[in-house]
Design a protein around this ligand. Sequence first.
Ligand code: ZN
Length: 401
Amino acid sequence: MWIKNVKLEKGFYKEQGLITSTITELADLYIEDGKIVKIEKSGKAEGKALDAKGYLALPTLKDNHVHLDKGHFGGPWKAVIPMNSVAERIQEEEEFLEDFLEDTPKKAQALIDLITGFGATYLQVQVNIDPVIGLENYHLVREVLENNRHKLDFDMVAFPQHGNLKTYEEGFLVEALKEGIEILGGLDPGKIDKDIEKSLKVSFDLAKKYNRPLDFHLHSPGSLGIYEIERIFKYIENYNMKGRVSISHGLSLGDISFHEGQKMARKFKEYGISINTTQPLERPALPFMLYINEGVQVNVVNDNINDHWSPFGTGDIIEKLNTACQIHDFNDEYSISRTLKAATGGITPLDDQGNQIWPKIGDSADILFVKGESSAHVIARRIPERVVLFKGEFVKGEFEN
Ligand SMILES: [Zn+2]
């Protein structure tokens, strides 16, 4: 299949030494067996070609942390009931989890359609593994995800929302691992488990025994959160698990100085820890480009979309980047364009010096086509006209004039 008139980023345009815009060029792409086989100058497409009408090609998006269970989206609208603590929120959820099961597949599908419709083709999906519903959400959401293999790749995370230790002691974490869940989640070893060492030991023992990566949800601010992270460094070293751990939220990383952040970022790089951040508006958001510039993989993520924790969330990772740019005051073409790394697993059309590095012949044909001028334009204006190609198949949208 030929796709003609595809806009590709070619380099940065400089005026008096400053990058002021992105240079683009029209190209024709030939797609075969899910791969990009030819990239030619515009006008080279032979025979029947699909016209991309000048849409810009970007790598498809990744949402590395999203909950597809226990939400309201896809069902009746509901805002949040005011509560005083996370413990109360967990108690609230214990009371409705069983009743929610019936609609879980329908709601999970609605969320998948929403998120993939914006251009995501990879989801890392959190599901509750807890003493109330055991593995039931896992089974229901997994089946829905399997039915969507034509438009996404995914991994699932066993998320012990009601406490790591409690869920482990009742046998559910081991059960989920034995059933093949891809990633083991952990939650606030200080605040929820109230025993940092015991909680981390259980997580790392299980990860080692069942050979799974770990994803810790860390919500504790300030020194408690930083202490938990420092203990995680130690456990990674002791269990020889460099490159196998991610930290979600890591809210305390938004509370430290720039200088401390730099030191922290080097540690994250050294231990191969990736970060998933929602870039919250209600508190200091971690300076994610500081970490990316030190070589850490940072993902800007949806997390929860309209559930009993929050009524907000649009499902669009580009919108999340837009918010992040506003929080950190990135206003210029170059700075905005660099944030795309946090939405694509690190892939950008141009490298930091402006050399074209994507797409290349032989790449998987996963392309988000957007009616925009450049990465920065798409992010700053949250351009809605999008067409999604996944493994060489169109899964969403049509090219508009
Ligand atoms: Zn989460």
